[in-house]
Design a protein around this ligand. Structure first.
Ligand code: ADP
Length: 603
């Protein structure tokens, strides 16, 4: 069994709707993704710009601080160098104003002097005499020693006086560079010697500022001679946090890297509690620190941009998803209602088809019934003819042979009898004609309509005087008996429906209306037919208003209709502009084959 159209279209419609929904959802999600990506890109651009700004500020702050440390240390070194003979008390006085606030992250200031192994004892003795009474030099290894002979702690821890700074490669490097370059230098990152006692988590990477000291006292004999170094130890994290806390806050994470320690070594980091935004590349810039260069790395945290901006793409996603859902729902509703409407149309069409089929069936049955009825009427009329003939025969006999013997009342009865019988004859004749018009086998021979009309006019001239003009009428192919009936009925009606006080004026003519087709008209000056009744006069037994005073059965025009239909023509009636009616019919010059075949089937 093949599926019905309904069954096939329904899943197809459903699939189409589903496809549309999926497309709408995809477009919605695509749009949302693009919008979110665009927002995210814009946000990342903003973040990148903000990171760049912060980086500039922080690097400038670090540079400024380093310059300040260097300058301060150089000043101090100059002050120390200006002493003709430096004693512990003078060192204390020079560095008295220096505290942790001046050098954030600073661990201590040291006066460092070099000596070889031979000079250690003498150096210790000399500095004890100069005021460092408790000084005990603690050499480390061989070669040149660099002892901190005077020390001012800045971080609250104990003094490192007596420590041999040659133990630290990084410090030695910085000292050599300072001495060679006559300038302040900064060491590579390293762990402070004094921090070696601290717990691992408190040990920070540190660096040391080193300033060379030269004798500059006007009275001194060794003027210009190199005397040693002034060092300032600084803990990386403490330094960094002091410098960047204000400018970095919880918006960025900051790392200072020491480039010259093989792989860049993270020297100090400022890491807020807020998570770092990994979507944006960290920014790295070089920072000049005395003779060296550090790298400053700045990474944004999630708080760099305001919260509302941060969550822009999330909001875009949310709005996009809600809009997509609404769009899908709307499309779904439209598609569903469309499908529902289509289903209704299909159902209505199916119902209509069924209805039409039922009507055709009913019409067919009605036609059958009508044909049977017409046939039946014909049979009845035929059978009624002989008894009627006998009644009329006896009535005629009474009229001719016994009229004188009848009294007035009997004569009146006889007259009524004859009138009724006559009416019945007309009715029976019409019924028979009606049945014949439906069932009779049609001839198909040339019929001269002009001659036919002339004959009928002549026959009718006995009934009543009339002005009849028969115009041009063609010869057509058809059934002569039936066509005679048509003209006879129309001419008869034209005479009959003209009031007695008026002479009937009848015009009969035909004209070609198209290739091989004629239109014939019978016009009169009779009582006419009201417009609203004109459509009904061709129905059987229909007599319209105004005809009560004229005899008739209401079958004449129905017979005309039947006959013209069987000749493949149409009939109608119009108003005669000169008063009266114009009855018309169309006929082909030759009967079409299909009409003749229908005749054969019927016969
Ligand atoms: P009838 O036997 O009544 O004449 P017809 O079928 O010939 O039956 O005509 C039907 C009705 O049409 C008539 O009763 C009459 O009312 C109207 N009619 C027919 N011919 C004419 C005409 N020439 N003028 C006016 N009315 C007519």
């Amino acid at each position: 069994m093949t599926p019905s159209t309904d069954q096939r279209t329904r899943p197809a419609g459903f699939r189409r709707s589903l496809l549309v929904l999926v497309l709408v959802a995809l477009v919605g999600l695509g749009g949302t993704t693009l919008a979110a990506l665009a927002l995210r890109n814009a946000e990342q651009d903003r973040t990148t710009r903000a990171v760049a700004q912060r980086t500039t500020i922080i690097s400038q702050a670090i540079s400024a601080e380093v310059s300040r440390y260097s300058a301060s240390l150089l000043d101090l070194a100059a002050s120390v160098g200006a002493q003709s003979s430096l004693e512990a008390a003078e060192f204390t006085a020079i560095t008295a104003a220096v505290d942790r606030r001046r050098f954030p992250g600073g661990t201590g200031l040291s006066l460092v002097v070099p000596t070889t192994g031979d000079g250690i004892a003498a150096l210790q003795t000399r500095w004890r005499q100069l005021g460092a009474t408790n000084l005990t030099l603690r050499p480390n290894g061989g070669g040149l020693h660099r002892f901190s002979v005077l020390n001012k702690p800045l971080d609250g821890s104990g003094s490192i006086a007596g420590l041999d700074l040659s133990a630290s490669v990084q410090v030695v490097e910085a000292m050599n560079a300072a001495q060679a370059g006559h300038r302040v230098t900064v060491s590579r990152a390293y762990r402070l010697l004094k921090d070696s006692d601290l717990s691992p988590e408190r040990r920070q990477l540190s660096f040391v500022f080193v300033a060379p000291i030269y004798a500059t006292s006007p009275g001194a004999t060794d003027n210009g001679r190199f005397r040693g170094w002034l060092t300032l130890g600084v803990r990386g994290y403490d330094f960094l946090s002091e410098v960047v806390a204000g400018s970095a806050g919880d918006r960025v994470a900051v790392t200072l890297l020491d480039n010259e320690s093989g792989d860049p070594l993270p020297m100090a980091s400022w890491t807020p509690d807020v998570a770092v935004d990994r979507n944006v590349e960290p920014r790295e810039v070089p920072v000049s620190v005395a003779q060296r260069t550090w790298t400053l790395r700045v990474e944004p945290t999630r708080r760099l941009l305001t919260d509302s901006v941060q969550s822009f793409d999330e909001v875009a996603w949310l709005i996009g998803l809600v809009l997509t859902a609404l769009l899908v729902a709307l499309t779904g509703t439209i598609a569903t209602s469309r499908n529902r409407a289509l289903r209704r149309v299909e159902e209505a069409t199916a119902a209509l088809r069924t209805d039409i089929a039922r009507r055709e069936e009913v019409e067919h049955r009605l036609r059958q019934r009508e044909t049977e009825l017409v046939g039946f009427a014909g049979v009845v009329a035929h059978d009624l003819r002989s008894p009627l003939a006998r009644i009329m025969g006896y009535a005629d006999f009474l009229q001719e042979e016994a009229y004188d013997r009848l009294d007035d009342m009997q004569r009146d009865f006889l007259a009524r009898l004859r009138k009724g019988a006559n009416h019945m004859r007309v009715l029976i004749d019409d019924l028979l004609d009606y049945a014949t018009a439906e069932n009779r086998t049609m001839a198909n021979v040339p019929v001269d309509l002009h001659r036919l009309a002339e004959e009928i006019t002549r026959e009718r001239s006995g009934d009543r005087t009339a002005d009849v003009v028969v115009g041009e009428l063609p010869t057509i192919y058809g059934d002569p008996t039936l066509l005679r009936q048509v003209l006879d009925n129309l001419i008869g009606n034209a005479i009959k429906y003209t009031p007695a006080d008026r002479e009937p004026r009848i015009r009969i003519g035909c004209r070609a209306v198209s290739e091989g087709r004629w239109r014939c008209e019978v016009s009169d000056n009779g009582i006419g037919i009201p417009e609203q009744d004109r459509g009904a006069v061709f129905d059987a037994f229909t007599r319209v208003g105004g005809s009560e005073n004229f005899p008739g059965t209401g079958l004449g025009l129905a017979i005309v209709h039947r006959i013209i239909e069987r000749h493949d023509g149409r009939v109608g009636v119009d108003e005669n502009p000169e008063g009266g009616s114009v009855f018309w019919f169309t006929v082909p010059e030759r009967l079409p084959m299909r009409n003749l075949e229908t005749q054969k089937q019927m016969s």
